[in-house]
Design a protein around this ligand. Sequence first.
Ligand SMILES: NC(=O)c1ccc[n+]([C@@H]2O[C@H](COP(=O)([O-])OP(=O)(O)OC[C@H]3O[C@@H](n4cnc5c(N)ncnc54)[C@H](OP(=O)(O)O)[C@@H]3O)[C@@H](O)[C@H]2O)c1
Length: 334
Amino acid sequence: MRTFRISIIGFGAVGQGVARSILSKQEYLNKQGIDLQVVGISDSKGCEINETGIDIEAALLRKKQKGSVAVGSGNGLDIIRDVEHDIVVEVTPTNIKNGEPGLGNMRAAFGSGKHVVTSNKGPLALHFSDLKELAEDNGLFLRYEATVGGAVPIFNLVHEALAGNTVIGIEGILNGTCNYILTRMSDERMPYDLVLKEAQELGFAETDPTYDVEGIDSAIKLVIIANSVFSQAATYKDVDVTGINKITPEALELANKNDYVVKLVCEAREGKLTVAPRLVPKRHPLAVGGTLNVASILTDLAGRITISGKGAGSIETASSILSDILYIVRNSKS
Ligand SMILES: NC(=O)c1ccc[n+]([C@@H]2O[C@H](COP(=O)([O-])OP(=O)(O)OC[C@H]3O[C@@H](n4cnc5c(N)ncnc54)[C@H](OP(=O)(O)O)[C@@H]3O)[C@@H](O)[C@H]2O)c1
């Protein structure tokens, strides 16, 4: 049995999803000779450390009942620097101004010989090549499947399954909130403001929806794609961004009459990065409804490959994180 010790830095929806997945997959992993041991968990209020393995069920229950996993002082950085382990799962909030606390956590992980698996978009959108280089210089992995498309395995597909292909372009719908709003506006012929309010009530949209509806979240994801797939040293400023907040029910109605839907499409092609509402034929693979995400990858050998699935959610995002953890387990020398 190979034991891999893991820390979970950030214990919100995704961090708890990762903990639940590790717990529910224990038997499955043991059968493959893999033992994943969580030795540190932190949230904004403190942390739990147990070098022989945390009782995950008890940690989840404490978080639910007390609002924090903390049983002692210390924070994520203390775990990363001082607790012996192999993989840091960095799942703190996305911060697109300076990438913190995720950026510092990732640098500390590489500085102390630990691999990083993350769903945190901020550090990657701001410092992709620095972080990749830091990981490689230290012989470590930086895995980030969950940063774009939630459960949809875009990077694994491009880098592993489609290895050998040249990617000509990628188009995608990478923000479930916008897709939900546009789908409801089109299906129910409702105005933008009303659908947004409904989406907020249902928990599909944030109280401050700016980040989603103005296309910022989509643009950040496109920047990560540009860096990862096209080795383009792009930042947010390189993306031409238009959101969905000015789309009228009349425009959607007109599109509908002509057998089109309007979608917030991200596109990376020939060095150009664009996020904008676009007319998509109703039968086109990009025309997914509700909160679904989709990515359509145009390659030289395989042609066009399109994948779609859940772009967010605790367990769905944990699926990508677990797959990245297992990639490291299978490919690292330790
Ligand atoms: N939710 C999704 O479906 C999804 C999908 C893809 C990517 N993501 C990305 O994944 C990351 C996590 O998302 P989430 O939905 O799990 O967010 P969340 O529910 O807000 O959880 C964030 C967690 O980070 C903790 N935290 C905040 N500051 C911290 C600090 N300085 N040190 C340690 N922990 C800190 C919070 O502590 P408290 O619990 O004490 O507040 C909380 O536990 C974000 O970057 C997000 O953009 C999320």
